[in-house]
Design a protein around this ligand. Structure first.
Ligand code: CDP
Length: 228
């Protein structure tokens, strides 16, 4: 195994900042795997909705998380997500699950369990993990940490484009949901969405996907050079 395979690359940022697209492209260029940590919170949120577990009940959510098997299978087009063996890859992207994920993830006991599992998944290195707290809490020693940001309006527009056809009312709801989720993620008491002190902050408002990928790739290459 080469040195290049060992690195952990943390990509954090708010919704619509381009994390998962950038992480997937970067991973495929480097021959790394890409794990989307948000998909784990989404899968747990789906189970909570299905089993009518209160999204406010920390203890019930902790028990639910403990008894749940969530598998992420990297594919070229993103992670395939299995919830207790069932493929929920599409369902977890819907708006009810998205909002529920942001609520579920604000509970410290839930985060503790998820962070431990994410560390196990990334123990071998050679991966790009994206989320909100990868550089601050999950892998504080990650070799490369990038925090992607962009104006809220641009981020909402990207999300609307991603979601395909929609009415003006649906578009408005996407914007409102994104702003509400951002606010919750940034102000929660445990692992709020903030850049790690040693993260490189990239404002992607006026950058294309290719430009962002190549900048992050440069960071990785220079890290690899200094290591060899
Ligand atoms: O792709 P998008 O940014 O819309 O969402 P995501 O990365 O799938 O994350 C969904 C939700 O999970 C976020 O709004 C966060 O509340 C939570 N999350 C988190 O708390 N920590 C992570 N490492 C990843 C996601």
């Amino acid at each position: 195994m080469t040195a290049a395979r060992q690195l952990v690359i943390a990509i954090d940022g708010p919704a619509g900042s381009g994390k998962s697209t950038i992480a997937a492209r970067l991973a495929s260029k480097l021959g790394y795997i890409n794990l989307e940590s948000g998909a784990m919170y989404r899968a747990l949120a789906l189970k909570a909705l299905e089993q009518q577990v209160s999204l406010e009940d920390s203890e019930a959510l902790r028990r639910l998380a403990e008894g749940t098997v969530i598998q992420l299978e990297p594919q070229p087009e993103g992670n395939r997500v299995l919830l207790d063996g069932r493929d929920v890859s599409q369902r977890i992207r819907e708006s009810d699950v998205t909002l529920a994920a942001s609520r579920v993830s604000s509970h410290p006991p839930v985060r503790e369990i998820m962070v431990a599992r994410q560390r196990e998944m990334g123990a071998g290195g050679g991966l790009v993990m994206d989320g909100r707290d990868i550089g601050t809490a999950v892998f504080p020693n990650a070799a490369v940490k990038v925090f992607l940001d962009a104006d809220a309006r641009i981020r909402a527009e990207r999300r609307i484009a991603q979601n395909g056809t929609h009415t003006p009312e649906e578009a408005q709801r996407i914007i409102e949901d994104l702003v509400a989720r951002d606010q919750r993620d940034r102000t929660r008491s445990v692992s709020p969405l903030v850049p790690a002190p040693d993260a490189v902050i990239l404002d992607t408002t006026n950058l294309s996907i290719d430009e962002v990928v190549s900048r992050v790739e440069q960071l990785v290459r220079s890290k690899l050079e200094t290591r060899n």
